[in-house]
Design a binder for this molecule. Structure first.
Ligand SMILES: *[C@@H]1O[C@H](CO)[C@@H](O)[C@H](O)[C@H]1NC(C)=O
Ligand SMILES: *[C@@H]1O[C@H](CO)[C@@H](O)[C@H](O)[C@H]1NC(C)=O
Length: 445
């Protein structure tokens, strides 16, 4: 009863805001802040175009290592060795935690589930520029009891009556703390802000070996499909739906994109294509069923099963992700795809150059050259066509361009560069991903 009264009281205090209960449907959005935005907590300074491309290649590699190093059939966090997070995420987001609201910048991570922020009193906290969240100062903070089903193994165990989680990331980074609930406040189109009470999150007071110390980043926002992720916690509230539309361009990459949830997701037009999400009982990633690839109009004709996930090893499969910029193709099929690109460019007399680390197929620019090739991912029931604009990295000052594809042993990963100017809608209730081209620069709050 006391709890009911206090939440009623908070709603009355926030009378001009949406008074939200988790059973209602809701609309809200998060601003996706790219690395190259001066607003980003991980802003690397005003890099030149080729420095930006190099950074995107590095981030893509770190990201691929991060995703591939997780065996989808293993849930024991002790067995998971992931590369350090900072390098492997391109977007961060700002939201508020607690009552009164404390602003937090979290790395967006589609590869993990837990939402956590550094939390006083600290045993070990890395330096952060923004004030640390102090759980004892917040009127809406509560610990999750050990008896709560959300206090689940292997992520959590009961220590001295507290539900304590331990989440390992790569490079030995580890966060520990008390599994708790709190009011999270998101931006909302209609009312300005949407407070969501009782979000499960990690009050992380023991954080070791994270590389983003000294910045505004205070934690990680997990968007995969694990029970503790933002998506799963709010699944009924957002009707299982979220979407993004990534703004195109090198300079323009400073611009923020919007991650939309629930009724904010946009309405589905009839030109949307629909493809199923795969392996949902095996993994917490967003796998699609890739059947074949075309380079220009030439369909490669990969045998059935080429891109299937092999659950015994965790190899194979095609993940859709926004953490990697470039797209990775499993090494075997990659050679065939690149062969088709190479044949095309050399048939026009373009000279291949070997300059950029991580990108293998680069060609000297000819200002008169026009027939850049598109590429199509033939997903089950849906062709994802990547127009030439989104297929290459152009090193304008250096006079050459590279195909923005990289090889990876064992997995295919559709990255953010190839998803620019495409509305991508995830519908977990229907178990599908839908997409259609859109000018993402027009997507505003
Ligand atoms: C970055 O540099 C470019 C030119 O080198 C300039 O046009 C732009 O305004 C700079 N941006 C910032 C945020 O300083
Ligand atoms: C956290 O807030 C409590 C209550 O206001 C205060 O007593 C405590 O000193 C704060 N902790 C830190 C480390 O600032």
């Amino acid at each position: 009863m006391a709890k009911f009264q206090s939440s009623l009281f908070l709603c009355l205090m926030a009378v001009s805001l949406a008074c939200f209960t988790p059973s209602e449907s809701a609309a809200f959005s998060l601003k996706l802040i790219p690395r190259f935005s001066p607003e980003s907590p991980l802003y690397p300074g005003n890099l030149s175009q080729s420095e930006r491309i190099q950074k995107m290649v590095e981030i893509s590699h770190a990201r691929a290592n991060y995703l591939v190093s997780r065996n989808p059939t293993t849930v024991d966090p002790e067995n998971i060795h992931l590369p350090v997070h900072e390098a492997s995420a391109f977007y961060s987001a700002e939201l508020s935690v607690g009552t009164p609201q404390i602003s937090q910048y979290l790395l967006i991570d589609g590869g993990s589930g837990l939402i956590w922020t550094q939390c006083l009193p600290c045993i070990n906290c890395f330096n952060q520029i923004l004030p640390l969240y102090n759980s004892t100062d917040s009127a809406t903070y509560q610990k999750i009891p050990c008896t709560d089903p959300r206090c689940r193994k292997p992520l959590c165990k009961c220590v001295d009556g507290n539900c304590v989680y331990r989440q390992l990331y790569g490079g030995g980074a580890v966060t520990k703390g008390i599994l708790s609930t709190e009011t999270f406040t998101f931006a909302n189109n209609k009312d300005g802000v949407l407070p969501v009470p009782n979000m499960m999150f990690g009050c992380s007071n023991d954080n070791l070996d994270f590389t983003f110390r000294g910045r505004k980043i205070s934690g990680i926002l997990g968007l995969n499909t694990a029970p503790e992720s933002l998506i799963t916690q709010l699944k009924s509230t957002i009707q299982g739906r979220f979407s993004y539309c990534l703004v195109y361009g090198y300079r323009e990459m400073e611009a923020t994109s919007i991650l939309r949830f629930g009724e904010d997701t946009v309405s589905i037009r009839n030109d949307y294509k629909t493809t199923p999400l795969m392996y949902r009982d095996l993994t917490t990633y967003y796998y699609l069923n890739l059947l074949d690839i075309s380079v220009g109009d030439r369909r490669i004709g990969f045998p059935a099963g080429t891109f299937d996930l092999k659950p015994s090893t965790g190899d194979g499969g095609c993940v859709i992700d926004t953490g990697a910029m470039a797209t990775f193709i499993d090494r075997g099929p990659y050679e065939k795809v690149m062969g088709a690109f190479d044949e095309h460019f050399t048939s026009f007399g373009l000279e291949r150059v070997h300059k950029e680390v991580g990108l293998e197929y680069c060609y000297k620019n000819n200002p008169k050259f026009r027939p850049y090739l598109a590429m199509t991912f033939h997903f089950e029931g849906a062709d994802f066509k990547v127009e030439p604009t989104y297929m290459y990295f152009h090193y304008e000052a250096k006079g050459y361009f590279c195909v923005a594809l990289m090889p990876y042993a064992g997995k295919t990963l559709l990255g953010a560069w190839q998803q620019q100017d495409m509305r991508v809608v995830y519908d977990l209730n229907l178990g599908v991903v839908r997409f259609a081209p859109e000018n993402c620069a027009n997507d505003k709050f």
